[in-house]
Design a protein around this ligand. Structure first.
Ligand SMILES: *Cc1c(COP(=O)(O)O)cnc(C)c1O
Length: 251
């Protein structure tokens, strides 16, 4: 076996293990199999390894067409732009999951179909301006800081509904839901409280009847360490990095 074949097989095994965890979590909370999408968080992973993971995923989906292909999520526009051309032939569905500076909007929009990290009216307005002449609006999620930790990106929970309503009304954007990075804690109840709060916010916004809010169903929450907690609270998308790619180098 070649090195690449070995590496692909390892990634395939880990990806299958993540899918099994998601399936088990769905079953445990009475949710249908397939109701949670898996996104590969590829920060610090080079394009060649992302390619192997995507190839492993394509093979899994070919073998079981009931599976939805994985999504790709990048945190940094610099990495997005660097890896984009190398992966273009695979045409992965890519989301931006990290903060976006206004001077990088154009560069990011070339590669992503969804920005999960909208946390200010300014960024939303700028994105909308750039997207009004597209054939379809850009999907966005409002990123909420459910834990209130100061280091975390995201709009405070108390301001999130108002931001969502503003975003939903912008012509270039489609409000597809909400995203959060959960509390980093071994206390599953504390982590779960944050995810429950995001789910309650989503339900409030869906019920509001405000223009453009009717499709805001996505709940992007849960990572390698806590995806079961997130699925139990209604996650529709989990973002998984280290469970597939292994530990990242410390910054
Ligand atoms: C890194 C990252 C993830 C994945 O984290 P893991 O613990 O490696 O699964 C998910 N979401 C965001 C926003 C990230 O930055």
């Amino acid at each position: 076996m070649t090195e690449a074949t070995d590496a692909r097989a390892l990634l395939a095994d880990r990806l299958a293990a993540v899918r099994a965890r998601v399936d088990a979590a769905c079953a445990a909370s009475g949710r249908p199999r397939g109701s949670v999408r898996v996104l590969l968080a590829t920060k610090t992973v080079d394009a060649a390894r992302v390619r192997l993971a995507l190839e492993a995923d394509r093979a899994a989906v070919d073998a079981d067409p009931s599976l939805a292909p994985v999504l790709v999520g990048e945190n940094r526009v610099q990495e997005l732009v660097a890896k984009g051309p190398d992966l273009a032939d695979l045409a992965p569905t890519t989301h931006l999951i990290g903060p976006l500076q206004s001077n990088k909007v154009n560069a990011a929009l070339r590669w992503v179909s969804c920005v999960e990290s909208v946390a200010s009216p300014d960024l939303a307005a700028r994105l909308s301006d750039r997207c009004t002449d597209r054939p379809a609006p850009l999907d966005v999620l409002v990123q909420v800081n459910v834990s209130g930790e100061e280091t975390k990106h995201g709009v405070p929970l108390g301001d999130a509904a108002a931001l969502a309503v503003d975003v939903a009304a912008l012509p270039g954007l489609r409000l597809a839901g909400f995203m959060t990075v959960g509390l980093r804690s071994p206390d599953a109840d504390a982590v779960g409280a944050g995810y429950a709060a995001l789910a309650a916010l989503r339900d409030d916004v869906l019920r509001s009847g405000e223009p453009g809010t009717a499709e805001a169903r996505t709940l992007s929450m849960g990572m390698s360490g806590d995806l079961e907690v997130a699925v139990a609270h209604g996650a529709t998308l989990v973002r998984v990095g280290s469970a597939v790619f292994g530990a990242r180098p410390q910054p």
